[in-house]
Design a protein around this ligand. Structure first.
Ligand code: EPZ
Length: 423
């Protein structure tokens, strides 16, 4: 396991490239199971989660090859020779549950391990299962696995989600493309990754209307053909790196950055006094010498403030002038970065789903531990402006969602390096 050492080193300057979206790619890859023709994904991010999904798909009998140094994924699933997604792979990455809908829709059967919880919450999949049952699937939970069957195929249905779920929307949307008849998804997730998935499925011949709105209608078709699809830019990586100059000072350009992907986040970032401008080829973020103003944040489904940027925003607010209140409404345990930031001198009071942050003049570098993907990167961001060295251990969490963070940040002047962790 590696560690990352980051030392406060003054303002940043330069460009940070943003990769394709991890959370789009993790739902686009299983879409290959819907067709016996090749699916090619371009602008794919090079992350360990993507490699895990490749391994899972290959274990089912799909072919996945990574070309152009991992930027292009060529997938095909002529005929699956295994319909069981094994616990050993699924437990490493919850998104594995996204093979359930497409495999059931095309093959009429699927056995998928329940993903289990993770650090940020119990992460149930009941909404995924209810949606597929509504489409006629027969499901049985046995020995930690979902045994699913759809003899004669799935049928169109009206599916109303009681709460917004990104993954359940993705599973239902993929399954509906091959169901007989019309499926209406009510109160679906509206995240850009859903819109990107719908675009890819449409390129494969699916009949989908309303992705990105509060109702999606799908006319089932008999089969889907192959396609080539560019993975949408990663809005969470974008927001994360927009916070680097906000925390350390300076000015950073983010080519390909799009305001529409991070609207609610940009509104809050501007409210702290950080300048965000649209340039001909992306976004530019600058912070002059002035201090950061405190702001309150509530995480909500898109288009609200994304839960995946809450930890990173907290790192900025630790040195704001005043008190900020962050309310985490999506997951039940997503403040694990708080105790680590407190080790760096932050003043944070956590009560249930609310964290009250009282800004301090400057954080102090300290040894800290990464606990989950977004918490890890918030510690790196905090270290950019802290006095002295911050040593982040267990960075394998980080590598799940960020390509070589030390390279991207050192290219704009940060003092950051990856070292082997000898303990
Ligand atoms: C996706 O997770 C993302 N992961 C998460 O990103 C992201 O935080 C989350 O959406 C919310 O935006 C991927 O796309 C791979 P949900 P997902 O279903 O689909 C509850 C990251 O850091 N729920 O929208 O699992 C659930 O417990 C990761 O990249 C049910 O109760 O999230 C949560 O409280 C972390 N029953 C809420 O809904 C269900 O069947 C939202 O979860 C499903 C979800």
């Amino acid at each position: 396991m590696d560690k990352i050492v980051v030392t406060g080193n003054g303002p940043l300057q330069g460009q940070i490239p943003i990769a394709g979206a991890k959370n789009a790619c993790l739902t686009l890859m299983p879409a290959t199971l819907l067709s016996d023709e090749p699916l090619t994904l371009t602008n794919a991010p090079r992350l360990s989660d993507i490699r895990t999904m490749s391994t899972l798909l290959q274990s089912l009998g799909a072919e996945v090859s990574s070309l152009n140094e991992g930027r292009v994924l060529a997938l095909s699933s002529h005929g699956l020779d295994n319909h069981t997604a094994d616990y050993d792979i699924v437990r490493k990455m919850r998104a594995s549950i996204l093979v359930l809908g497409p495999m059931l829709a095309r093959e009429g059967r699927a056995i998928v391990s329940l993903p289990g919880g993770c650090a940020i919450g119990a992460r149930p999949v009941d909404l995924h299962l209810k949606a597929l049952e509504a489409m006629g699937a027969e499901l049985e939970l046995r020995d930690g696995y979902v045994h699913a069957e759809a003899r004669g195929g799935l049928k169109g249905a009206v599916v109303e989600f009681p709460i917004v779920s990104v993954g359940a929307t993705e599973n239902a949307l993929m399954a509906a493309t091959l169901a007989k008849g019309t499926t209406v998804l009510k109160n679906p997730a509206r995240e850009p990754e859903i819109v990107d998935l719908a675009r890819c499925l449409q390129a494969m011949g699916a009949q989908i209307e309303g992705a990105g709105t509060d109702q999606i209608t799908v006319e089932g078709v008999d089969r889907l053909h192959g396609a080539t699809h560019p993975v949408v830019i990663d809005r969470i990586e974008l927001g994360t790196y927009m916070l680097a100059p906000a925390i350390a000072g300076g000015s950073v350009e983010l080519p390909g950055g799009r305001i529409d992907l991070v609207g609610a986040f940009v509104e809050k970032l501007r409210a702290t006094g950080v300048t965000v401008t649209e340039t001909p080829d992306g976004l530019k973020v600058a912070r002059d010498g002035d201090g950061i103003r405190a702001v309150d944040v509530v995480t909500e489904p898109f288009p609200g403030f994304p839960t995946d940027l809450q930890a990173q925003m907290m790192a900025l607010l630790c040195t704001a002038g005043g008190v900020s209140v962050l309310e985490e409404r999506i997951f039940e345990n997503r403040f694990m970065h708080a105790p680590e930031l407190i080790r760096m001198g932050a003043r944070i009071d956590v009560h249930g789903g609310t964290a009250t942050v009282t800004g301090v003049d400057r954080l102090k570098g300290a040894p800290v531990m990464a606990t989950d993907l977004r918490a890890s990167v918030s510690l790196i961001l905090a270290g950019l402006a802290a006095e002295g060295d911050t040593v982040v251990s267990r960075v394998y969490h980080l590598d799940r969602g960020y390509e070589r963070v030390e390279d991207k940040l050192s290219a704009v002047g940060a003092k950051i390096e990856r070292v082997p962790d000898d303990d």
